[in-house]
Design a protein around this ligand. Structure first.
Ligand code: NIG
Ligand code: FE
Length: 413
């Protein structure tokens, strides 16, 4: 095997470099390299330049050269920083009820809601969960996602959360993309836990947190701060413990009510996700912090409610990531590019803002510094679209899929 790989020419290579982490972006700020080539060594980018010159300079004894035919646009592999793809069963019934005008409470009373997925996920064997998570991961990979966050949160007991996180770990080892596992044991208090919310959180933090560290199952703690889940007062000691144990924090915040974002800021969370209900007050608070505001258009589409105010967040100076929230209840679609393109038209976002939200800003939401841009030293995670103009990608609103997906320099699709 030759040590180096050279691939190109790419009609346009969008580096996603040189852009600020926070705030609004215009397309004119994008760095676009025409007729580009990429030299790869050990799964990482060694150089990016003009393909023609790189091909002349390449040493044939050590470099495998791939010359592409036709026009291609090259982008960093997409990063989906918020999903719940490890689950059993389906919630098609909830979806039909919601579209028939039933309320959240009526659906829960009829046996739907998060608890239904918990029941079905608990029934699934570890092997079944792995199989389903692999299948969903591969679909994301096909759609250009090379790094995918996956939450637990449908186990809701120490042993069932462990089952989920071990299944996610095995899936990560068996699929080419990188999964980033997050513990969402604080999704809601399980119906079979007889104590208070605080007692449940105390049991999770004292028993599950140390095992997460021992088995290296997750270094991220998430919580759903909402009237139907946990209050800010209940979550504070839980996050305090998580911080003391050096976990990264992320929050399901301001989906229906508005306490979550303030807690995210208070605890220096990496991200506050959802924010559909955020008002100017929460937006201002977030803009003064380093918390990434993650928009989840898939949940707005799935629930038929308002989008995250991405335009206002960006104009206020926030860093906005965009994720699919792929889950069986509120966001069954699981197609990041389509959802990002839809958010774009409703929120009037530039191409640069959308692409930033699913590349380097999403990387920041996961605290990953080795991806999300195309430059020397970073992972050679990149995707190609069969076109000569990057504007075609979002213009086609997600129906235009990548023709090739590379992870660590290797062609996967
Ligand atoms: O991110 N908001 C809470 N959790 C998920 C929904 C989970 C479910 O309904 O199963 C979300 O939308
Ligand atoms: Fe979620």
């Amino acid at each position: 095997m030759k040590k180096l790989k050279l691939i190109g020419p790419f009609k346009q290579l969008i580096t996603m470099t040189g852009l600020p982490l926070k705030g609004a972006l215009s397309d004119a700020q994008l760095v676009i390299i025409d007729d580009a080539g990429m030299l790869i060594e050990d799964g990482k980018i060694k150089t990016i330049g003009l393909f023609k010159n790189m091909a002349v300079d390449a040493d044939n004894a050590t470099t495998e050269i791939t010359t592409l035919q036709g026009d291609h646009v090259c982008l960093p592999g997409f990063i989906d920083a918020h999903t719940h793809i490890c689950f059993g069963g389906s919630r098609a019934k909830d979806y039909a009820m919601r579209n028939a005008g039933k309320t959240y409470l009526e659906i829960a009373k009829a046996g739907g809601g998060i608890w239904d997925t918990v029941t079905q996920t608990r029934k699934a064997s570890t092997e079944e969960l792995i199989k389903k998570t692999i299948k969903r991961s591969k679909q994301h990979l096909k759609n250009g996602v090379t790094t995918l966050e996956v939450k637990s949160g449908y186990g809701l007991s120490v042993s069932e959360e462990l089952k989920m996180l071990r299944a996610i770990k095995t899936t990560n080892a068996q699929t080419p993309l990188d999964l980033v596992p997050t513990c969402l044991a604080a999704h809601m208090k399980p119906k079979d836990f007889l104590g208070t919310n605080t007692a449940y959180l105390e049991e999770i933090s004292s028993t599950l947190f140390p095992i997460l560290k021992e088995e290296n199952l997750s270094h991220r703690i998430d919580a759903f701060i909402e009237e139907s889940a946990f209050s800010k007062e209940e979550i504070r000691p839980y996050f305090k413990k998580a911080k003391e144990m050096d976990f990264d924090i992320t929050v399901h915040a301001d989906q229906f009510s508005t306490d979550g974002s303030a807690v995210a800021v208070e605890f220096g969370a990496l991200s506050a996700d959802h924010l559909e209900a955020s008002t100017d007050k929460e937006i201002e608070l977030l803009s003064k912090s380093n918390v990434i505001a993650t928009a989840l258009p898939g949940a707005s589409i799935g629930l038929g409610c308002a989008f995250t105010p991405a335009r206002k967040l960006l104009d206020a100076g926030c860093s906005v990531a965009i994720a699919s929230d792929h889950n069986p209840g509120s966001a069954p679609m699981g197609d990041l590019l389509t959802q990002a393109a839809i958010l774009q038209t409703f929120e009037k976002l530039s191409n640069a803002e959308v692409l930033a939200g699913i590349t380097y800003r999403a990387a920041a939401a996961l605290n990953l510094t080795d991806r999300g841009q195309l430059k020397e030293g970073l992972l050679a995670d990149f995707i190609l679209f069969h076109t000569n103009d990057y504007n075609e990608i979002l213009y086609n609103q997600g129906s235009f899929k990548p023709c090739m997906v590379f992870k660590n320099g290797a062609l996967i699709f």
